[in-house]
Design a protein. Structure first.
Length: 182
C-alpha cells in the first residue's frame, strides 16, 4: 500500500474541501452514494433498507428522477485509480454512458454543490488516464430534485496537476533535510 493522497485529500490539504466535515452529512452521503450505485446497477437495496434510512429518501428520489430523464448506463462505481506520474489515488463515484454524450465521470453530491467539485472531477479523469473524458457533478437535493453540472473548464486539469505538484513539494521541503550545495 502506498501513502499517496486521495483526490479529496489534496483538495482538503489546501483548504478547498471540507476541513471539518459534518459527520451526519458525510454518513448520509455515503449511504446515498452506495444506494445510487445499486440502483444504477439494477440491484436491490436490500430488505427494509429504505425504511431504516428514511433520511436518504429525497436524495434517492432525485437520483431515480435523474435516471428517468437521462439515459445513464453505469459501467463502474468507486473504482480505484492510482496516478503513478503524479502520485495520488482517486475513486470516481460513477463512470458510465450519459445520454448521447458518451463516456462520463459522474460525481454524486447529496446536499450542497461545492465549488471545488470541478477540481475533484479533473483529478478523477487524470487518475483514470482519460483527461478528455466529459465530467459532471450530479447534485441530489433534499426536495427530491436534482441538478446536473457539466464541468467544462479545461483549466481544471492543469489546476489539479498544480495542486498535486505543490502538495508533494510541501511534503518534500516540510519534512526533508536541507539540500547542501558544495
Amino acid at each position: 500500500m502506498n501513502d499517496w493522497p486521495s483526490t479529496t485529500g489534496i483538495l482538503r490539504f489546501f483548504g478547498l474541501s471540507y476541513s471539518t466535515p459534518n459527520q451526519d452529512a458525510m454518513r448520509r452521503g455515503r449511504l446515498v452514494t452506495a444506494a445510487c450505485h445499486l440502483i444504477a446497477a439494477g440491484d436491490s437495496l436490500g430488505e427494509g433498507w429504505e425504511q431504516r434510512h428514511i433520511e436518504c429518501h429525497p436524495y434517492l428520489d432525485a437520483y431515480r428522477e435523474f435516471r428517468r430523464q437521462h439515459r445513464f448506463r453505469l459501467i463502474e462505481s468507486e473504482g480505484e485509480y492510482l496516478c503513478e506520474s503524479l502520485r495520488f489515488v482517486s475513486h470516481p463515484d460513477q463512470v458510465g454512458e450519459l445520454d448521447n454524450i458518451g463516456l462520463v465521470d459522474l460525481e454524486l453530491k447529496s446536499g450542497g454543490m461545492p465549488p471545488w467539485c470541478q477540481l475533484q472531477t479533473a483529478g478523477q479523469v487524470i487518475a483514470m488516464g482519460y483527461p478528455a473524458m466529459k465530467r459532471f457533478a450530479l447534485q441530489l437535493k433534499n426536495d427530491g430534485t436534482f441538478q446536473l453540472f457539466p464541468h467544462t473548464d479545461f483549466r481544471d486539469l492543469d489546476r489539479f496537476r498544480a495542486l498535486v505538484d505543490a502538495y508533494w513539494t510541501v511534503q518534500e521541503f516540510r519534512n526533508g533535510d536541507p539540500v547542501s550545495y558544495q
